[in-house]
Design a protein around this ligand. Structure first.
Ligand SMILES: [Zn+2]
Ligand SMILES: [Zn+2]
Length: 169
């Protein structure tokens, strides 16, 4: 899904929520909702803020929802409903019964955790072994060895050539 498709779905979901038979206080909170698509939010699908100057802000992860693996829009709709229920529910409701009731009335599965593909930043890892005694000296994220293991590019154990192999993270 692209950015504008996400925005369209978010607007649809908010309009839908405002039609629900909620209390005037809950509808009032929902009336203040604005959506922010965050490029930096990489491991959380959505968040809701219901206090302070950002009150009513629903943040959605761009990396997650623009990921082709999450193209099924039901995940996005479910996340939006989850966050809108947080906005409508009173402060401190958490994921308790009040939140659950509102979330379900919005058509949310009211599951706490999302099951979407998340791309984690992977670091390339390198394993260093001594070519003489085959001792594994270190597995580190850098191709450069710390001086405690290498002296003049040879192993500290045998003063032999080091073997470097990239390993799966
Ligand atoms: Zn939640
Ligand atoms: Zn050695």
């Amino acid at each position: 899904m692209n950015k504008s498709a996400i925005q369209t779905i978010a607007a649809q979901e908010l309009a839908r929520a405002l039609e629900l038979p909620l209390t005037s206080e809950q509808l009032d909170r929902l009336g203040k909702v604005f959506f922010v698509l965050s490029a930096r939010m990489t491991s959380t699908a959505g968040t809701a803020t219901f206090r302070g100057p950002s009150q009513g802000r629903v943040k959605l992860s761009l990396p997650i929802f623009t990921d082709p693996r999450n193209d099924d829009e039901s995940n996005l709709r479910n996340t939006i409903r989850h966050e809108l229920a947080h906005i409508a529910a009173p402060d401190g409701a958490g994921h308790g019964p009040t939140w659950k009731r509102i979330a379900r009335s919005m058509g949310c599965t009211a599951e706490r955790c999302h099951e979407m593909a998340v791309t984690r930043k992977t670091r390339r890892m390198f394993r260093f072994t001594c070519s003489c005694c085959s001792k594994e000296l270190a597995t580190i994220a850098r191709a450069q060895m710390p001086s405690r293991i290498v002296q003049n590019r040879v192993s500290v154990c045998c003063r032999a050539v080091l073997r470097v192999k990239e390993v799966a993270n």
